[in-house]
Design a protein around this ligand. Structure first.
Ligand SMILES: [Zn+2]
Ligand SMILES: [Zn+2]
Length: 243
């Protein structure tokens, strides 16, 4: 269930703040009001984003006035001036991306492109808040949908079997069972690079690592807690610290 603000609308998610930040970073000193064409266009786009599924029925959901207000919030965080009525998400997104306009543009382009994919939209609409990467819910959903592709999985398992027994590429653990038909279920594909960096429309077998289900879960959690991408090597280092 989405957390709501006083007027009944859900709180802005990272995807939404990123798209607003993308517009903010193109502005000069003047923050446009609700009648500005760019604000109206962003409002329409946010209303179509596949998150907060229920809220779209509300006319006030991400209307132009709300978008103009969000731009003011971002301006407050960016300049340290004005009322402190920005959210913790506004602050976190600014800290993560405020000084990286090129990356923000890249992420915004990817969010827009992936949001139109029906499987990604379905995954994003039902995802839990605590599963979201710093790039937001849409790109997290796209990452997961692609990793679960049966065709990709088949290709990766076949390629790995061709070079030796299956082992987790992070913890190096072999399967718990020698029964090959069951052992495969222990392994999952995981992108080695964020989708925003590869820009590819299709995931190749060489784009992913084969991880045991535990390591895959842990690497996703690591990315969430550090609010940034974590490599397989990063997780391996974290696992070594625990032993
Ligand atoms: Zn593992
Ligand atoms: Zn993954």
């Amino acid at each position: 269930m989405a957390v709501t603000q006083g007027h009944g609308n859900p709180k802005w998610g990272r995807d939404e703040v990123l798209l607003a930040l993308d517009l903010y970073l193109t502005l000069g000193d003047t923050i446009p009001g609700p009648s500005d064409n760019r604000v109206v266009a962003l409002s329409e786009e946010l209303r179509k984003l596949p998150i907060h599924a229920d809220a779209k029925k509300n006319d006030r959901f991400r209307n132009a006035a709300g978008v103009a207000f969000k731009l003011q919030n971002i301006h407050q965080v960016a300049t340290g001036k004005g009322l402190d009525n920005f959210s913790s998400t506004d602050k976190a997104v600014w800290e993560d991306f405020g000084h990286k306009p090129d990356l923000v543009r890249q992420l915004a382009t990817q969010i827009r492109a992936q949001a139109g994919d029906a499987s990604v939209a379905a995954e994003a609409a039902t995802a839990e808040d605590d599963e979201e990467f710093s790039e937001g819910r849409v790109l997290t959903a796209a990452h997961k949908v692609r990793e679960r592709s049966p065709a990709l999985r088949r290709k990766v398992l076949k390629a790995r079997r061709a070079i030796g027994p299956l082992v987790c590429e992070c913890c190096a653990r072999p399967p718990l069972t020698a029964d090959a038909s069951i052992a495969e279920a222990e392994f999952e594909c995981h992108h080695k690079l964020p989708l925003s960096q590869t820009n590819a429309t299709k995931t190749k077998a060489s784009d992913v690592a084969l991880l045991c289900a535990s390591c895959h879960r842990l690497i996703h959690r690591l990315m969430q807690t550090r609010r940034g991408w974590a490599s397989v090597e990063d997780l391996r280092a974290a696992l070594c610290q625990a032993t």
